[in-house]
Every structure is written in C-alpha cells, then in structure tokens.
Design a binder for this molecule. Structure first.
Ligand code: ZN
Length: 407
C-alpha cells in the first residue's frame, strides 16, 4: 500500500562514522556492517487507534538508524508492515460499530500524516497484511513441509520443540517467557497444544471473522508469521536490523526469528534485534488498556512537529521515560534557540560540531548527546557571534540530515 512522502536528506561534507548499535540478541553494542544497501524491517502498527508518543518514539529510533546509514553512503531498504487484520482491531471495530477495514484505513492514514509531520523517513515497502495473505499462507505451508508445525482443530501452530534457537533473541528463561506469552497475544492454556509456548501461525475461519481462502483452509495469518513473511519477501533472510519496541522482544521477535530460521536454514534471521524503550505517562507505560495515551495528532494541533521530534530526541532511544508537559515547553524553547542561531549571517565554525554530532549518533544513537552539542554551538553563536558565513547553513544541514530537525 502507499507509504508516506520522503523529505530530501541533505548530504554532508567530510567523513561519516559507521553506526554502532545495541543488539538485544547479543546483549551488547556492536558495529553494524551493512552492504551498499542496508536492509531494515520495523514492525508496524495495529491500526485501531491513533499514533501515540510511544509509537513515535519507536519509529524515530529507526529513522535515526536510516539517517546514520545514509550519511555513510548506504542506500536503505526499509520495510514496515501494518497489522491491518488482528484480534484487537476486530474487537475495536465491533465495540464501535464500524467496519474493521474502514477503521484500519482511517488510522493508517492518520499514522502516515503523523509520521510525515515528524519527518520520519518512509519505508520503501509499506505492507498491509491483508495485501499479502497468500504469501503468509505460503510461508506457513513451507514451515509445515519442514515438519515444524501441527494443527489444533484446523488452527496451525509452530512447535517450539522444533525451534533450536528459541530464546536466543530475548535471552529469557522459560519462566520469564510464560507470563509474557499470555499477556502479549499468546494462548498458553489452550487444550490440545503440545507446549504452552507453541504459537499460532494460521487461525482457521471463525463465524463472523474475516477470512481468506488458502491451501491451509480458510482463515487468517497469525501475528508473528506475517512479519516473517513480509521481511523474507522484501528483504530476504540475514537482513541488517529488525526493530520495534521492547514489548516486541518476546514473543514477537523471538518467534519470528525461529520461523525465519526454520524456513531458510539461516541464522540469525536478522543480524541485529534492536528495541526502543517504552514511554510512560503518570508513571505507567502508555497503553490503550490504561487509557493514558498522548496522541501525536493532538500534540501537533498548536505545536510545531519539530518540537515534538525534539521531545523524543531528548531521550536515548533505549531508555524508558515518562512524558510531562514541561518537556514540550523545553523542546519549543530549544527549537527557537536553534532557529535564532542559524538565522544569523555568520556563526562559530561548525565543522567540529558536525564531527561531534556524527560521533554521538554513531554511538548507539546518542541523540541527547547530539542535542547537547548543538545547544553549545547555538549558545556560542548567540552570545559571541562568529565569523564563518558558512556555519549556519552547515548546522541547518546537519540538524536536518542526522537529527531530522528542520530549522
Ligand atoms: Zn512484527
């Protein structure tokens, strides 16, 4: 389906710095080593509600990954899905008396608008699951042919006993996995399963639910396997980064990794599993069930989207943090200061600043460190002036290219 519009990313003078990134599976920061085209898959939204700050925080993190790679001269092949048919979407549609397709389309369109306003670079492939049901069914058939699946009443499950690498992405023990599996869409207690952690690949048709014909019988895709199928179709196995929020580490990325391994025989399925922290409000993680969401579209009404972007950049992507309204005021003040500084006819030399921002961003996306460096340059420019007529334009370009902030 349609992605959203890309802004032009200015190219910067001098030498780039290769990206070092935290890999959840390795439990450490490692050097990324993409080919001429870096390949990244980031799990998309389930479009039953508007984009909130937690979503924006996740997509911003991977936008920064793209920007560091682009600065390094790589092309970026970025793929994202939208889970446009799944239980939460169907439940919301049922509660509100609207069609699930109309609900999904409306929320996906709002998501595109929010992402574009925040200057998040768009995926090359933005794929709705309902567009690729055949491909997902084909992957499930491929897994069945490998002997790693079984059925419970016509529903197809992946057998965790046939997943030798299961646990390597999250590093979780079985005791840690079990409660999370139940909380995050799994069905550990279903009778007839061989292991509580076996996960659903194909959900057979139920009365009143959408379904598609397939060689597996009529039904619809399970959650984890949709991303595996889309990643394999667009990026192939062994791609550079699989991304999402920390709530996707288990079971979503763990299960997807084992699916990819079983289908291709290759390990790892993704070279990096990278996760953004959770955003809280009033001390609790933002979530639909708690009703404590701060919607991007509401913040955008009356506030510059670049200030919203600066709120997110002020927190390291891997930290969990809590949103408070004073952060918006601080971001607006910072934006105004930066804009005043680059509006001067000349400024202090900015080549050192460029090197520092590159180094900070390449160091596991240290955006707060990069902001501090720009703050220092802007304070000097406004206090002392400067004699370099090229400096303001260079700062404008580096803020745009590496931080995505339009000044
Ligand atoms: Zn996913």
């Amino acid at each position: 389906m349609r992605s959203w519009s890309a802004q032009n990313v200015p190219s910067l003078p001098g030498s780039s710095v290769p990206l070092r990134l935290y890999d959840t599976a390795a439990r450490q920061v490692r050097l990324t080593d993409p080919g001429p085209t870096a390949r990244m898959y980031v799990c998309g939204i389930t479009p039953y509600d508007a984009t909130h700050l937690g979503h924006a925080n996740t997509y911003l993190a991977f936008d920064l990954v793209s920007r560091v790679w682009l600065d390094g001269g790589h092309q970026v092949h970025y793929t994202q899905n939208a889970t446009d048919v799944d239980d939460p979407l169907l439940e919301r549609a049922e509660q509100t008396g609207q069609g699930w397709r109309a609900l999904a389309e409306r929320e996906i369109e709002l998501f595109r608008t929010d992402m574009e306003a925040l200057r998040i670079l768009p995926p090359r492939d933005y794929v709705g699951v309902t567009e690729v049901v055949d491909q997902v069914a084909a992957l499930v058939s491929r897994l069945a042919a490998k002997g790693v699946t079984y059925t419970v009443e016509d529903d197809v499950y992946f057998s965790v006993a046939d997943a030798p690498k299961f646990g390597e992405v999250s590093g979780f023990s079985r005791e840690e996995m079990l409660p999370l599996f139940g909380e995050r869409g799994g069905d550990p207690e279903r009778p007839g399963k061989r292991d509580p952690l076996d996960w659903l690949l194909w959900r057979a048709e139920r009365p009143g639910e959408p379904s598609w014909p397939s060689p597996l019988g009529p039904g619809r895709p399970g959650w984890h396997v949709e991303c595996t199928a889309i990643a394999l179709d667009h990026l192939g196995g062994g791609f550079d980064v699989a991304g999402g929020g920390t709530d996707l580490i288990f079971p979503h990325h763990e299960c997807g990794a084992s699916e990819g391994h079983a289908a291709t025989g290759e390990w790892p399925f993704a070279k990096f599993y990278t996760h953004a922290g959770m955003v809280a409000l009033d001390g609790e993680k933002m979530s639909k069930s708690k009703g404590n969401l701060v919607f991007v579209s509401k913040l955008r009404a009356g506030h510059d989207p670049m200030a919203i972007r600066l709120i997110l950049l002020a927190h390291h992507y891997r930290t969990d943090w809590a949103y408070t309204a004073d952060q918006l005021q601080a971001a607006e003040a910072r934006l105004e200061t930066w804009r005043s500084a680059v509006a001067l006819g000349a400024g202090p030399d900015a080549e050192g600043l460029l090197a520092e921002v590159r180094e900070r961003m390449a160091d596991d996306l240290d955006a707060p460190g990069a902001l501090a460096a720009v703050d220092a340059w802007a304070a000097r420019a406004l206090r002392d002036g400067g004699s370099d007529p090229a400096a303001p334009a260079l700062v404008r370009d580096l803020a745009d290219a590496l931080l995505g902030v339009a000044l």
